[in-house]
Ligand binder design. Sequence first.
Ligand code: GDP
Ligand code: MG
Length: 161
Amino acid sequence: MLVAIVGRPNVGKSTLFNRLTGRKRAIVDDQPGVTRDRVYGEIEWGGRTIPVVDTGGYVPHSAERFESAIREQVDIALSDADVVLFVTDVTTGITDIDEEMTQRFRRSDTPVLLVANKADNDERRWAANEMYGLGFDEIYPVSASNGIGTGELLDALLEKL
Ligand code: GDP
Ligand code: MG
């Protein structure tokens, strides 16, 4: 069993990974592409221990190689993981890369939970509704920074396992 955290650079994948695993040493940075390797950890929730991977990966700077790196990240996650946490960023809204990743997820049978991260307060939780524009039935607004919403996300995750 494996859960993969996927999303474009800077949406807060590593922060969420640290939050969900209770990891102390954060691999978080303002610069995209800082997480060079896949980082594995464990989520403990509802009496279960769930293996999880932060698929940050190396993100090259040239636009073309950037696109292929994103595609590769998604395809590896879809082949390895039983459930994907697809992380988006409420502060930027939906981007072209989010749309492209959504298309790829649609072609797979792997369950995908749409996480609207950086929903740190009520105003941003409200703004998170924009993410319904990606066409998922359900969205999970969370703040990886302060932990709001992560309980609901983990409850939903357990139901998919
Ligand atoms: P990654 O590239 O997707 O792994 O993103 P990071 O976890 O490295 O985070 C990128 C930036 O977003 C960092 O400056 C984080 O502090 C910030 N960030 C991550 N999660 C949140 C959040 O829930 N709220 C806010 N306000 N900032 C966040
Ligand atoms: Mg990262």
